[in-house]
Design a protein around this ligand. Sequence first.
Ligand SMILES: [Zn+2]
Length: 95
Amino acid sequence: MSSVQIQCTRCKNVFRDRAGRLQDGYSRQCPSCEVVLFFAEDSQHPFIKRAMRNARKVRKEIREAEAVRLAAPELHPARRSRSFAGRTRSAERED
Ligand SMILES: [Zn+2]
């Protein structure tokens, strides 16, 4: 869900970590070969760059979903409103 794929720069093992943690300055060990991977925005390594990019994208999606929820807390997908019945957009059209 909110995790992104990371590929180890040494052993090429693929594992996952939370997008929220994968930010500039973050470091973590590869679960396979135990090398410490450093995540920096200015990293030149394609694996690191890709992981950072994916994490940014996932964080953005989370933020947007959160914003929608905060903007309309009462909005419920199961809720059906009949208040718009009879009111069509074409009625607003004037020349
Ligand atoms: Zn590794």
